[in-house]
Design a protein around this ligand. Structure first.
Ligand SMILES: [Zn+2]
Length: 311
């Protein structure tokens, strides 16, 4: 990852608290940053890393000019390690953590902080998390380990209890709209993207600039077409197999949520709630990183959905 970053506007208060701790020499050796995905937690962790590695004595952010900032701008600072799965949905294994622990025991090459970012921390396998415990228990000099977590409940309690925890907030609707302004001049489009992204601005931005809004509309059509018997479940499953399953399941849950809300006055049959639970479980299997067969999961979901639509 290259380029210098600043924390996002809605994390200004959290940033100030972090800066104050730094000024008073009270930064812990391990920080756990949690909150929903797509709100800027990784950006916050990178901004903090870059700030600590900036050599200029300035507590507001990175200076952009010193050697530390130049190395960070190029993405080649030797004292910053970012550990992430090789591909989305894959695990962070024990060998990655062992390498990292060896690295932590050496002093910083630039004579200052050594920083490690693990993101998302819940991608660590159980044995990887165990291996990290020792490093968390025996802090080395000026080392800061930042764990970024979208799903705090999936992190072992032993890891959580050894870190200082910070829950980063979502922005208000107005803050998010203001931040998204450069992506579209049409306020209605911005609001639609933000609503579909459930208030998460970085996802809304992908909707607006990465064509995600069109893909979401397409997915809603598949759901409607399967229900109406126009699209066979097997074919729908084939379409879905090539896309990010967690995002698709979130879209399906979003679709059902609206359906349940709009049906409440009329008829809301219990099977729809069972299906809602089933989607949640499927999401859990996929998130567990156990590499389940996504084609089979989607086939079962769409066959159930078709059956449900005939009730
Ligand atoms: Zn600097």
């Amino acid at each position: 990852m290259s380029g210098l970053v600043q924390p996002l506007d809605w994390h200004a208060a959290d940033w100030q608290r972090m800066m104050s701790a730094h000024r008073h020499n009270r930064l812990p050796h391990a920080i756990l940053l949690s909150g929903p995905k797509y709100i800027g937690k990784q950006q916050f962790s990178r901004a903090l890393a870059q700030h600590l590695l900036c050599i200029t004595e300035d507590y507001s952010g990175n200076c952009g000019h010193c050697k530390g900032c130049q190395l960070n701008a190029a993405g080649t600072h030797p004292d910053l390690t970012v550990l992430a799965p090789e591909e989305a949905g894959k695990a962070i294994g024990i060998s990655d953590i062992r390498m990292l622990s060896m690295n932590v025991s050496k002093t910083g090459q630039q004579g200052g902080w050594k920083i490690i970012i693990i993101t998302p921390a819940e991608a660590m396998t159980a044995s990887a998390a165990n291996a990290l415990l020792k490093t968390l228990e025996e802090p080395q000099g000026q080392t800061l380990i930042m764990l970024v977590s979208h799903e705090l409940g999936r992190l072992p309690a032993t890891i959580r209890s050894r870190c200082q925890r910070h829950v980063l907030p979502l922005p208000s609707n107005a803050e998010a709209l203001s931040w998204l302004q450069s992506s579209s001049t049409d306020r209605e489009t911005l609001q639609l993207a933000l609503t579909k992204a459930q208030g998460r601005p970085l996802m809304a931005q992908q909707y607006l600039t990465g064509g995600l809004l069109d893909r979401h509309r397409q997915f809603d059509l598949w759901i409607d077409d399967v229900a109406a018997g126009r699209l066979p479940p097997l074919e729908a499953a084939l379409h879905c197999q090539k896309l990010d399953a967690v995002v698709l399941i979130d879209w399906f849950l979003f679709y059902l949520h609206h359906r349940i809300c709009s049906d409440i006055e009329r008829q809301c049959y219990p099977q729809i709630f069972s299906f809602y639970d089933k989607l949640g479980k499927a999401r859990g299997w996929i998130m567990s990183g156990a590499n389940p067969n996504s084609q089979l999961i989607w086939e079962e979901l769409f066959f159930d959905w078709l059956a449900l639509s005939k009730v």
